[in-house]
Design a protein around this ligand. Structure first.
Ligand code: ZN
Length: 118
């Protein structure tokens, strides 16, 4: 079972969409080139770098608002946000709700990042 994530912009809860930069076509082409060149060093290196770059720039975006601000439900901030959203039944309108989540997130982040004062 895949873990749920929560969007810190619009409050959407569910599976994030995965977006990868670059193109699969180019990646396949580069690997094809590497194979056709009988694994010469340079084409192989280019193919490896391109594949690596694509895998490291993969982003999880919110399917509802398109922001890359989705955090997993099982992180401290995600858990806290989820808990508070669940207890908050009234959702007046979209705009108020976004502001509400934004403020909530700042509050939760402060709670986790503020060091204890001596
Ligand atoms: Zn969203």
């Amino acid at each position: 079972m895949r873990k749920k994530s929560i969007c810190t912009v619009c409050g959407y809860i569910g599976q994030p969409d995965t977006v990868t930069k670059g193109s699969l076509f180019l990646e396949v082409f580069l690997w094809g080139l590497a194979i056709c060149s009988f694994f010469l060093l340079v084409p192989v290196l280019i193919a490896i770098f391109y594949s690596h770059w694509r895998s490291t720039t993969r982003q999880r975006i919110c399917p509802k608002c398109g922001n890359s601000a989705m955090i997993p439900e099982d992180t401290p901030v995600g858990r806290e946000l989820m808990k508070r959203l669940e207890s908050d039944i009234e959702r007046e309108n979209e705009e108020d709700y976004k502001i509400y989540i934004h403020n909530l997130l700042i509050k939760i982040e402060n709670q986790f990042t503020t060091p204890n004062k001596m």
